[in-house]
Design a protein around this ligand. Structure first.
Ligand code: SI3
Length: 308
């Protein structure tokens, strides 16, 4: 399979929900329009940020169909199909391919975790094999999945048995390993940088595509980091990355990037509602304090493209 690499920002969108916790599809068209206007190259749906593992397979298929109504050549829909079961993930992969998704991704099995690379390869081979016409990305996110195997070894052992293997969504801060993956097989693999606050480091090691949650509401800042890096203006790139770090620190202080990021979306015009258990939503007092802290670092001026 001849694979094109992803270049630029891919958002990991929140899954909009109603007050009763049901999924809210009515927001997705407006959501996609905002992301396209902000310069996103697509979305990676039903991942960590999308609370994918807190949704039923039926809900994930419904969300997939809705997002796919927004897909264009310049706005790619990548579907996270990871679950604890290769069979369940395979079912989602079949649906994603039938529905016309650009690609699929899957994290490793988080229950009965693989302890050796061959076990992870076997899991991914079954999932990727269910959608043989789509590029498959392994979703490496050890801080959440607990699957901490070598990605270099994974690529080496997976390549011969997963013909549609495209690369790795590398949500990890081991940049030595990321660099090795980027260099492997003459740079064949598409290695997507997954930590927004370390985007500049990923760019420095050669990553071209990136997936993240804060691209939902800070994309103009990150596109400025990418442009400053391309123009060799590292002082500006570092200054902008530092601003994103300030904001991410506040998100992490208020129940984390998923809960706080999802709550923030309403203030940028896309009301995504609350998160599902076991995630703990903010109280009203916490939310007011959160917004005040976000304002105190100039967030709303920062994301206003006319100020960039
Ligand atoms: C652990 C985690 O949630 N990582 C986020 C980051 O975008 C993260 O929210 C951001 O770097 C702030 O820490 C993404 O990599 C996750 C992601 O791409 C996804 O939700 O599919």
């Amino acid at each position: 399979m001849k694979l094109k690499k992803i270049n630029g920002l891919i958002a990991a969108p929140f899954t909009p929900m109603n007050e009763d916790g049901s999924i809210n599809l009515t927001v997705i068209e407006k959501y996609a329009e905002k992301l396209k206007k902000d310069g996103l190259k697509g979305v990676f749906i039903c991942g960590t940020t999308g609370e994918g593992m807190l949704l039923t397979n039926s809900e994930r298929k419904t969300i997939t169909k809705k997002w796919l109504e927004q897909q264009t050549d310049d706005f790619k829909i990548i579907v996270h199909v990871g679950t604890t079961s290769a069979k369940q993930s395979g079912e989602l992969a079949i649906h994603a391919q039938k529905s016309g998704a650009y690609a699929i991704g899957s994290m490793g099995p988080v229950f009965l975790k693989p302890t050796q690379t061959e076990e992870l390869v076997d899991f991914c081979a079954e999932v990727a094999g269910a959608a043989p016409d789509l590029p498959f990305y392994y979703y490496h996110i050890p801080s959440v999945s607990g699957v901490t195997l070598s990605m270099v070894e994974f690529l080496q052992k997976a390549a011969p048995v997963i013909p549609n293997l495209a690369g790795i969504k590398f949500t990890h801060n081991n940049f030595m390993e990321m660099q090795q993956c980027l260099q492997l097989d003459d740079g064949k693999w598409d290695i997507l940088s997954g930590f927004d606050e370390m985007l500049l480091a990923g760019l420095a090691f050669g990553a071209k595509g990136t997936v993240g949650s804060t691209y939902n509401f800070m994309a103009p800042l990150y596109n400025q980091i990418i442009n400053a890096f391309k123009n060799k203006n590292l002082a500006e790139a570092r200054a902008m990355q530092n601003k994103t770090v300030q904001i991410i620190n506040i998100l992490l202080k208020y129940n984390g990037a998923v809960v706080a990021g999802k709550a923030l979306m309403k203030s940028v015009g896309i009301d995504c509602g609350k998160c599902r258990v076991p995630l703990r939503n903010m109280t009203e007092i916490e939310y007011n304090n959160f917004i005040n802290e976000i304002k105190s670092v100039g967030f709303y001026n920062l994301i206003n493209p006319t100020n960039l």
